[in-house]
Ligand binder design. Sequence first.
Ligand code: ZN
Length: 87
Amino acid sequence: MSREMSRQEELFFAQKLAAEPTLAAFLNNQVTNGQNFMQQAAKLYVCERCESGALAHGSGYACPHCGYKSNTRNTRVRDFIKGGYWR
Ligand SMILES: [Zn+2]
């Protein structure tokens, strides 16, 4: 597993994702198919409205938490964490 995230960042991450059943189910499915949990999670988008993780949808993303749909793809979870926006 990649260690580029700190323990604190991983915790933040796990808490965010576990709060959203759709994302938890998506990631569980990816892991079942042999994907790395953190790598898959880092590829998710961040909803610009509620800051939940969001899934790629069409040319943008769809947020399973607040239902917001965007036509453009913006921040990924990875960049969000690296940028320290969550602190
Ligand atoms: Zn949202």
